[in-house]
Design a binder for this molecule. Structure first.
Ligand code: DGL
Length: 278
């Protein structure tokens, strides 16, 4: 049984944990949501690196042997700092996400050479240029669009078609229209923030309304596959030991359990409150 630490600035990384659980049954998972210091996406590189390194060290201190940075902002701005601080294997979400975009571009009717990848992400991720560099390194054209209002809308749970969807749809429409002005030929949409998979149905509706079909990609499943490749299963231990998940948060346990269940797709057990400072 391996201990795998999964870290995000908040709840979004639970979408990655959700993909990991069926791939690595029998392992022990430690999930930390640094909810007290969320959002990372509007902060400076130095602050994001400080928060991300302290969160990663907490998980290593709890016994994590492999760490998943299930946060696009922390991956884009602090992956090197975390790797320098900890001597364990570390997987971020940017490379797996970019590789999924490449696969989608190759499979598209335009093919990889004529494809254009549109990346929606937080302001910090966009400013870092991490996705653009990684995608261009794979031979793809890429445009990044910062969408700072989307994380708060997801945090508020304004995803329900029956209630607040019109506000969220309007915000998505504005962001996508602006992005399409810059990237009119975009045919692959990469969700470069762990909160955005929850917006997927509303994004699909918006793209239909705008008559601009795009293949939508998120990095959760690809990241889980990259982790599983690094941490292959020991078949004998898998059969006998149940998967264990421990959850830690740095702010309201009640909110973590309520919102977290939406991201994980099932009820969360006990969540422990920890203090990582400011
Ligand atoms: N987890 C962050 C990301 O994937 C979004 C939330 C935040 O800004 O902290 O970029």
């Amino acid at each position: 049984m391996k201990t795998i630490g999964v870290f995000d600035s908040g709840f979004g990384g639970l979408t990655v944990l959700r993909e990991l659980l069926p791939l690595l049954p029998g392992d022990r998972f430690l999930y930390l949501g640094d909810t007290a210091r969320l959002p990372y996406g509007s902060k400076s590189r130095a602050t994001i690196a400080r928060y991300a390194v302290s969160s990663a060290k907490f998980l290593a201190d709890q016994g994590a042997e492999l760490l998943v940075i299930a946060c696009n902002t922390a991956t884009a701005l602090a992956l090197d700092d975390i790797r320098e601080a900890l001597p364990i294997p570390i997987v971020g979400v940017v490379e797996p996400g970019a590789e999924s975009a490449l696969a989608a571009a190759i499979a598209s009717k335009q093919g990889a050479a004529a494809s254009q990848i549109l990346v929606l992400a937080t302001a910090a991720t966009t400013q870092s240029g991490a996705y653009r560099r990684t995608l261009e390194g794979l031979g793809l054209r890429a445009t990044e669009k910062s969408c700072p209002l989307l994380v708060p809308l997801v945090e508020e749970g304004w995803l329900d078609a029956a209630t607040h969807d019109s506000v969220t749809l309007e915000v998505l429409r504005i962001y996508l229209l602006e992005a399409m002005e810059e990237a009119p030929a975009a045919n692959v949409l990469l969700l470069g923030c762990t909160h955005y998979p929850l917006l997927r149905p509303l994004i699909e509706t918006t793209l239909e309304d705008l008559r601009h079909p795009m293949r939508i990609i998120d990095s959760a499943a690809a990241t889980a596959r990259a982790v599983a490749a690094l941490a292959p299963q020991d078949v004998t231990s898998t059969a006998s030991s149940p998967t264990r998940c421990e959850f830690y948060a740095t702010d309201s346990i009640e909110k973590f359990q309520r919102l977290g269940s939406t991201f994980l797709g099932r009820e969360l057990p006990e969540v422990r409150l920890i203090d990582l400072g400011g």
